[in-house]
Design a binder for this molecule. Structure first.
Ligand code: DC
Length: 226
C-alpha cells in the first residue's frame, strides 16, 4: 500500500506571510505547496469578469455549474485555471482580493472547492495554506500552524512587496483593506478563520522570513513519520 501522505496545514490572516513561508518550506521538504486562496480568487476573478457582484449569492452561485477550477503544478509552481484559462497572475489585484473574501463567505462556493482540496492532500505530501485548512479541510493534518502578525506589520510587508509596481496602493489603503478582510474572514458564518485547537501559534511580527521557515521545518522534522 502507498505510504500515507504527509499533510501540513497553515492558516492565518491575509498578509501573515503564509504563502512565502509555505513556499520556502515546500522547497526544503520537497512537498507540494497548495495555495487555496487562489481558488477563491479564481472564482472572484471570473465573477468580476462577467460584471457580477462577488458578494451576492444570486450572482455567484449560477456560475458554479459553468466553471471548472483546476490546479496544476508546473515545475513545482502552482498555477490556477478556470475553464482552461490560466488566471494565476490576473488574480493578484486588490479588487480580486476583496472579491475573493466576499465569495468565500458563500457556503456553496466552499462546498464547490472542498473536494478538490481534499483530493490533492490525499494524493500528495502537501503544505496547504488558507483560512480553514486545519479546522475544516484537513482536520487530521499531521501538523497545523496558525501563522499571524500584527495588521500593521502585515500591511508594511505587503506595501514593500507592491511599492515598485504600477498604481501601487498606499500603506493606509493596504492596512484598511487588511482590516476589512480580517473582519470578513473571521466573522463569516461558514468556516471562519480561526486557530484549530491543536494548531501551533506562530507570531511572525518580529521574526525574519528565514527564522519563520526554520521554525516550521524543525516542527515537521519532529513528526513521528519523518
Ligand atoms: O490567502 P488569500 O489572501 O489569497 O485568500 C483570498 C481570500 O480567500 C481570503 O480573503 C479568504 C478566502 N479564503 C478562504 O476563505 N479559505 C481559504 N482556505 C483560503 C482563502
Amino acid at each position: 500500500m502507498d505510504k500515507k501522505k504527509i499533510n501540513i496545514a497553515i492558516d492565518g490572516p491575509a498578509g501573515a506571510g503564509k504563502s512565502t513561508i509555505a513556499k520556502g518550506i515546500s522547497k526544503k521538504l520537497g512537498f507540494i505547496y497548495v495555495d487555496t486562496g487562489a481558488l477563491y480568487r479564481a472564482i472572484a476573478y471570473y465573477v468580476l469578469k462577467k460584471g457580477k457582484d462577488p458578494s451576492l449569492e444570486s450572482d455567484v452561485e449560477p456560475f458554479l455549474s459553468k466553471i471548472a477550477v483546476e490546479l496544476k503544478f508546473i515545475d513545482g509552481e502552482q498555477r490556477v485555471f478556470v475553464n482552461d484559462e490560466d488566471v494565476s497572475d490576473k488574480i493578484r489585484t486588490p479588487e480580486v482580493s476583496m472579491g475573493s473574501s466576499a465569495v468565500s463567505a458563500i457556503p456553496k462556493v466552499r462546498e464547490f472547492l472542498f473536494e478538490l482540496q481534499r483530493k490533492i492532500a490525499r494524493e500528495n505530501d502537501v503544505i496547504m495554506d488558507g483560512r480553514d485548512i486545519g479546522t475544516v479541510v484537513l482536520p487530521n493534518a499531521d501538523l497545523k500552524i496558525f501563522l499571524t502578525a500584527t495588521p500593521e506589520e502585515r500591511a508594511r510587508r505587503r506595501y514593500n512587496e507592491l511599492k515598485d509596481k504600477e498604481n501601487s496602493p498606499t500603506y493606509e489603503k493596504i492596512l484598511a483593506d487588511i482590516k476589512i478582510r480580517d473582519y470578513n474572514d473571521s466573522n463569516r458564518a461558514v468556516a471562519p478563520l480561526k486557530q484549530a485547537d491543536d494548531a501551533i501559534l506562530l507570531d511572525t511580527t518580529d521574526l525574519s522570513l528565514e527564522d519563520s521557515i526554520n521554525k516550521v521545518v524543525e516542527l515537521v522534522k519532529k513528526l513521528p513519520n519523518q
